[in-house]
Design a protein around this ligand. Structure first.
Ligand code: FE
Ligand code: FE
Length: 228
């Protein structure tokens, strides 16, 4: 989390500096952006002493395997790998618990997509020449526990149940969106072009799922839940 904030916030000033300095005299323009740009990616692991962090690696996957940033990246991939695997098991339960056929269909669709997200991560690990390994994701575990509580606390056959399921599922999707959004940027920073492409595809499906859930909620679920 801390790294995410650093990376994104570190980027802004760099871009702003670049903009400002274009207008400024040529002397400053050539000096300022260079160190700013080098600092941004290196900042997250400044103490790592790995000079390569600031340079785009060459070759298929790059040569950053020894850097702490690479290790952190792979660790986070293992975390979302665990999350996706557990979500794939939980979504059929969501589907079964849903009242409206629309919501059940959305969960069924996303179960298939989630299985693909797992396969996509398999490919990512392969491209990075890393072992595909799941590492317990506390966040997803908590979100799925919360979903279980919502199912327990609402009556089956009600639209309140669906409203609750949508709430739980959107929390999951937002978690995934945040994760894939950040991991994609990490992959970009490291020059893993193919990985960027794969993570982007998954990210788009997570975003589309979130939108679809909002449409179901706003379409009829919330209104009918309010009149139950
Ligand atoms: Fe997913
Ligand atoms: Fe998802």
């Amino acid at each position: 989390m801390a790294t995410t904030t650093k990376t994104s916030s570190a980027k802004k000033p760099a871009a702003e500096t670049a903009k400002t300095t274009t207008k400024a005299p040529a002397k400053t323009a050539s000096k300022t952006p260079a160190p700013a740009a080098t600092k941004a990616p290196a900042k997250s692991k400044a103490a790592a002493g790995s000079v390569d962090l600031s340079t785009k690696p060459t070759g298929k996957t790059g040569k950053m395997e020894d850097s702490e940033f690479h290790e952190f990246f792979v660790d986070e991939l293992k975390d979302i790998y665990w999350a996706e695997k557990h979500l794939a098991k939980a979504l059929p339960k969501f589907k079964k618990a849903a009242t409206s056929p629309e919501l059940a269909a959305a969960f069924e669709k996303h179960t298939e997509e989630t299985k693909r997200h797992i396969e996509t991560l398999d490919k990512v690990f392969e491209l990075l020449e890393e072992k595909a390994q799941a590492k317990k994701c506390d966040a997803m575990e908590g979100l799925l526990e919360e979903a279980d509580s919502i199912i327990e606390d609402t009556d089956s056959g009600t639209l309140v149940r669906d409203a609750g399921l949508i709430l739980a599922a959107q929390k999951v999707e937002h978690y995934e969106i945040a994760t894939y959004g950040t991991l994609r940027v990490f992959a970009e920073n490291m020059g893993h072009t193919e990985v960027v492409e794969l993570l982007s595809q998954t990210l788009e499906e997570e975003k589309a799922t979130d939108v679809a859930l909002t449409q179901i909620a706003e379409g009829f679920v919330n209104q009918q839940a309010a009149s139950e």
